[in-house]
Design a protein. Structure first.
Length: 216
């Protein structure tokens, strides 16, 4: 004999109550527009339905199945804050690629570390640079072939890093050696913000680019 539910004057088996509840839940979901997800295994189907129920009410759940679902999950795993080890390694790689003049690999490295939007004040007091197009422009307006970087001090604490970097090169044939203080912060949404502090050499292409950005 199964257990029975005698509430409301009725007598129903437990299995009958569960079946009725499931029919009601499915009817509610159909009314709300739950998509039929083409996922084969019972476990992944249940997971997809759980994700649907937890969705923001202003958005729609993507149709997720098979390899597409795995791709979306992998992309989700990449979002967020890199580890201190990844930050340190990324900054060391940044200097290495800058000195090698390898722009494409340099951009790809930063994009692997920053999965959201990058922003940069370089130096502080100049117009904010936003997005990958302006990161690419920053490279193009810098004296890369004649400018080498050396990390003198690097501290990484949680999601932020602070570095003292020696800059050696020349602008318009004049040798220059200077230091910059650089602060990097990485955020939960995959974005980053960089602030640098240095006396911007006058007459260089980068200083002119900053002046053009300021004029709009």
């Amino acid at each position: 004999m199964g257990r029975s539910d005698t509430r409301r004057g009725g007598s129903r088996t437990l299995s009958g109550v569960v079946a009725a509840w499931r029919r009601g839940a499915r009817a509610d979901e159909d009314r709300l527009g739950v998509p039929e997800l083409p996922i084969c295994s019972q476990g992944t189907f249940a997971h997809a339905r759980m994700v649907w129920r937890a969705r923001p009410r202003t958005g729609k759940m993507p149709m997720v199945s098979g390899r597409q679902g795995e791709r979306i999950r992998r992309e989700g795993d990449r979002m967020g804050v890199p580890t201190p080890e990844q930050i340190r390694s990324g900054l060391e790689r940044h200097v290495e690629l800058w000195n090698a003049g390898d722009k494409d690999t340099w951009l790809a490295m930063w994009q692997s570390l920053i999965t959201g939007e990058p922003t940069m004040e370089d130096p502080v007091g100049t117009p904010l640079k936003r997005g990958w197009e302006q990161m690419s422009d920053a490279w193009d307006h810098s004296p890369n072939e004649a400018w080498k970087l050396t990390i003198e001090t690097l501290y990484v604490c949680a999601n932020e890093a602070a570095a003292v970097i020696r800059n050696d090169g020349n602008i318009d044939g004049t040798p220059i050696s200077m230091r910059s203080i650089e602060i990097y912060a990485f955020h939960d949404d995959g974005s980053s913000h960089t602030k640098t502090y240095f006396d911007q050499p006058a007459g260089g292409e980068y200083a002119q680019w900053n002046a053009d950005l300021a004029r709009g």
